[in-house]
Design a protein around this ligand. Sequence first.
Ligand code: UD2
Ligand code: MN
Length: 326
Amino acid sequence: MENSKNKNLLFFTAPHNAVNRKNKASLNIEKTTAVPDFHQNETATQATSRRPLEPCPDIPPNLQGVLRVEFRTNRTLEDVRQHVGPLLQQGGRYKPANCVAKQKVAIIIPFRNRYEHLNHWLHYLHPILIRQQLDYGVYVINQEGDGVFNRAKLMNIGHNEALKEYDYECFVFSDIDLVPLNDRNLYRCSDKPRHLSVAVDKFNFLLPYNTIFGGVTALSREQFLKVNGFSNTFWGWGGEDDDLYRRIFFRGMSISRPDSIIGRYKMIKHGRDVHNDPNPHNVQKLEETYYNIDRDGLSSLSYAVMEIRKDLCHTFITVDVQAPAG
Ligand code: UD2
Ligand code: MN
């Protein structure tokens, strides 16, 4: 997100089958987030299980469209495990049982001390991603300690760590506090880097400015490599998303977006976190993107993994990002 001072950007407009059969009984997921009744099809699959799976259809058949999302309720991780766990494999992994997913997608979430948000996110997103018939994994990248937060560096780390596990082709980078209000907003990559969170309630469902590229974005492995990932040097709040937009622009690409009906989101209300004050150097740094693309990003990424924890609903990776004191 840009700093308020920085309004001059507009010129840039230029096999792990996840179904645990024993647990079918616990699949009474509420209507609005219901997992499609693919168990019906399961029987058919079993009958023809010797045949290789067909590719999943272009448009997933069980989408619901507009969703009801409610954050004013307490959700524990245990609730979420019961709600969506039976469909998942350890680490927050899933792939469709009856067809070959269009894409292998790693969802990367930058994180520190937002456990309540994480529970909401997992509660809502897993059923959606399952209906979207993705072969996916959820990676929560947790910044250790109380140094200055670095969202962008956590994204780069997530990309690298996810690739150590699986041959992901697409990376969806998502804030922890954003839940889509329409499941037709597919968490997949396309021929252009894609901005998914186009109409957020916090911004009255309007794009605050034309080049905004924060919130939820999807880049293929190739697209992400082409821009050398995010910059690692945006410490504190803001700027890192605009820097990524510029990288995309300078590498000759443009972005795509769903329309503002499909791209609707609800953001969990929150204040500014501690140790994540706006970065006073952002405006200057955004002047320098062009010169920094190759030397600051995936090519210069340095960090230490402290712990990798596999929960049923997500892979939680705690990292030392070598942060300055906050
Ligand atoms: C805007 C952007 C966001 C990012 C940010 C500036 C949209 C819709 N959102 O969000 O993508 O560019 O500005 O950096 O355009 N986080 C933690 N713990 C912390 C601090 C941050 O987990 O202590 C993570 C969490 O995933 C959070 C994200 O970082 O959602 C972005 O931080 P924010 O929610 O405070 O920023 P916000 O809402 O202004
Ligand atoms: Mn937020």
